[in-house]
Every structure is written in structure tokens, then in C-alpha cells.
Design a protein around this ligand. Structure first.
Ligand code: KG4
Ligand code: ZN
Length: 338
């Protein structure tokens, strides 16, 4: 039996998880509320909060798994992509932990981990992970990609955004409406009470499997600017309809490209991953597509959609089996490498 400690600190969540083989024993996350009033993550504040949170979060994860640190077989950490100051906190802790206990150190790519979260097993309950090859729509605050997953570490990006990410579009639209950061979950919540056909925004016209969201963002900005001139209360009066219409536009763009990718590759095993995969409309659309296009769909549990260390630990476990270990000179990276 192998026990893996996973550590995630790429953005604004400090998270630690303990696995026994591919089975989750604990997964603890400390969210940072300091960023709410800034309309986005403030890197300097994020690193400081990670520094404060990391020891208590790891202790809680070890306690939750009911094991002592001496039983851990290897420590896996997020190497990137992410904020360098935030990544450095996790990587430095992991290095010290590995030296102190004389155990291997494992580097994990955050985006691969979002995808491999589909392989997390729970002690109770059955799991039916995707079979290779499958397509994964990875949608987060920083990334929007369609990935062809041939095997655990054989992944190919076949489409990606040429400007903003889907999560960033949710967050920026929310900011324009005066909602706090992160706006994605709030838009999702208000949208459930609104009419998705109330307002129509610009649709991108990008060939192939790439995405673009900057036109939509500008279209929302100009639309609201014009309406606010006539009625300063426009946003407050139409909040739910605005959220539903914005969400509808974003999800339409995602679903259209995903369908195109499935048609082009002939792959019908479809997964979603990343923070935006928590969106209720995306989940619903995927379930509809299962019946419409005969897809086999894989939707992660909410706890494994947004940033978490469980996905780092499961990826670490597969790397442990491959004996893919890192050295003490490992350094973080800000941008995607695979
Ligand atoms: O994967 P994640 O937790 O962090 C990154 O790696 O970026 O994704 C965060 C993003 C944010 O943009 C947040 O607004 C978005 O995921 N998000 C959502 C929902 N929950 C989180 N967007 C839409 N609907 C949601 N329910
Ligand atoms: Zn993420």
C-alpha cells in the first residue's frame, strides 16, 4: 500500500489530501477570502495566506486520514501553472517534508491533475472512470482547453482559448455587474432564477476547435454601459436575466466546440474538469448531450471540480507507480507545459 500526500497552492486555495493508493482518505481546503473585494486574486496576499494556512491544512488532512506523517510514502505538489509566489509555498513545504522524512518528491501539472481527478476512488461507492481515449473540456479561471487524453500522461491539447478563459469570462462579467470575486458561482446561482433568452450577446466566429471569449466580454460591457445610461438601476432590476443570458452564451460556446471535437475525433467519451465544470448549466447540457449524441459523459463531483489537492494526490499516485520522481532542485512554472 502506498500513502500519498498531495499539496495544491497554485492560486488562492491552500489544499492538502491524503490517499491510500487511488482511494481518497482526506481532502482539506482553506479558501482565501481576502481577495473578494479586489475583483480578483491579489498575488501578494495569496502567497501570504498560503504561508499561514499550509501547516494547519496539512495537519488537518493527516488527522482526517488518521495516519501519521511517518507513514506517508511520497509527497506530490502542484508545480504549475499558477502564481509563482503561491506555488513556491507548496513546493518549498513539499521539499522540506520529503527531506525530513526521506521520501520521494513528485511534481504535478495542475491541468493534468484536473483531468485525472476523474480517477479518484472513494472508500464507499463505485466509480466508473473514463476509458482511454477520451476528450476532456478543461475549463477554469485561467484555462479553456479541449484535451484528447490517450493515457494518464499522454495528453494532447486539440483546442484552446486564444484570449480569455471561460472562468475569467464569468468572473469579469460578474465584476462588470458589481458582484464580488469569484463571480462564476454567483452567476450560476442567480441564473437559475432568470431567463437565458432575455438578452443576446455577440457570438465568436473562430474556426476549428479554438475558443474566444473577449468579444463576448466586450459585448456585455458595451450593452450594460448603454443600458445604464438610460436606467442607472438596470443591472439591479435585471440581475437574474442578465446572469442567465451571460451563462447561456458562455455554455453555448463551450458545448458547440465540444460537439465539434467529438465529431472530428469520433470520440464519444466526454469529460469535463476545472472550476467551471461545477456550473449547473454546463452539467445539465452535458447530461442532455449524453442522450442527444450518445456520449458517455463524465462529470466530476463538485469537490473535485474546483481547485483541490485530491486531484494532485491521485496524479501523484500514478506518477509514483511510474517512479517518476523529482529532485530537490525542482522549480515552479507559471505557464502550462504539456
Ligand atoms: O479550477 P479553478 O478552481 O481554479 C483555477 O485553476 O483557475 O477554477 C476557478 C474558476 C473561477 O473563474 C470561478 O468563477 C469558476 O471557476 N467557477 C464557476 C463555478 N464555480 C467556479 N464558474 C461558473 N459556475 C460555477 N458554478
Ligand atoms: Zn484549477
Amino acid at each position: 500500500m502506498v500513502y500519498i500526500l498531495g499539496i495544491e497552492s497554485s492560486c488562492d486555495d491552500t489544499s492538502a489530501a491524503v490517499f491510500r493508493d487511488d482511494i481518497i482518505l482526506s481532502n482539506v481546503t482553506a479558501n482565501q477570502e481576502v481577495h473578494q473585494n479586489f475583483g480578483g486574486v491579489v498575488p501578494e496576499l495569496a502567497s501570504r495566506a498560503h504561508q499561514q494556512n499550509i501547516i494547519p491544512v496539512i495537519n488537518t488532512a493527516l488527522q482526517g486520514a488518521n495516519i501519521s506523517k511517518n507513514e506517508i510514502s511520497a509527497v506530490a505538489f502542484t508545480q504549475g501553472p499558477g502564481l509563482l509566489g503561491s506555488l513556491l509555498v507548496g513546493i518549498s513545504f513539499a521539499k522540506a517534508f520529503a527531506i525530513g522524512l526521506n521520501i520521494p518528491l513528485i511534481e504535478v501539472d495542475h491541468l493534468q491533475a484536473h483531468i485525472l481527478a476523474h480517477f479518484i476512488k472513494e472508500e464507499s461507492g463505485s466509480s466508473s472512470p473514463p476509458r482511454f481515449p477520451f476528450l476532456c473540456l478543461t475549463v477554469s479561471g485561467g484555462h479553456t482547453q479541449i484535451v484528447r487524453v490517450n493515457h494518464y500522461f499522454d495528453m494532447e491539447i486539440i483546442g484552446q482559448t486564444i484570449d480569455d478563459a471561460a472562468g475569467e469570462t464569468f468572473d469579469k462579467a460578474a465584476k462588470i455587474m458589481g458582484l464580488p470575486y469569484p463571480g462564476g458561482p454567483l452567476i450560476d446561482q442567480y441564473a437559475s432564477e432568470g431567463n437565458p433568452a432575455a438578452f443576446i450577446f455577440a457570438k465568436p466566429n473562430i474556426p476549428g476547435l479554438n475558443f474566444s471569449f473577449s468579444g463576448l466580454k466586450t459585448s456585455i460591457l458595451y450593452f450594460l454601459r448603454d443600458r445604464l445610461k438610460e436606467d442607472p438601476e438596470f443591472i439591479r432590476r435585471n440581475r437574474n436575466d442578465l446572469c442567465a443570458s451571460i451563462q447561456f452564451s458562455i455554455i453555448q460556446i463551450l458545448m458547440q466546440k465540444l460537439r465539434q471535437a467529438s465529431d472530428m475525433t469520433g470520440i464519444r467519451q466526454i469529460a469535463i474538469a476545472g472550476g467551471v465544470s461545477a456550473n449547473s448549466s454546463l452539467r445539465e447540457n452535458l447530461l442532455n448531450a449524453r442522450d442527444l449524441y450518445e456520449w458517455e459523459v463524465h462529470i466530476p463531483k463538485l469537490a473535485y471540480s474546483t481547485d483541490n489537492a485530491a486531484m494532485i494526490a491521485i496524479t501523484g499516485y500514478f506518477k509514483y507507480l511510474d517512479k517518476s520522481f523529482a529532485s530537490q532542485s525542482s522549480v515552479p512554472y507559471a505557464r502550462s507545459s504539456f
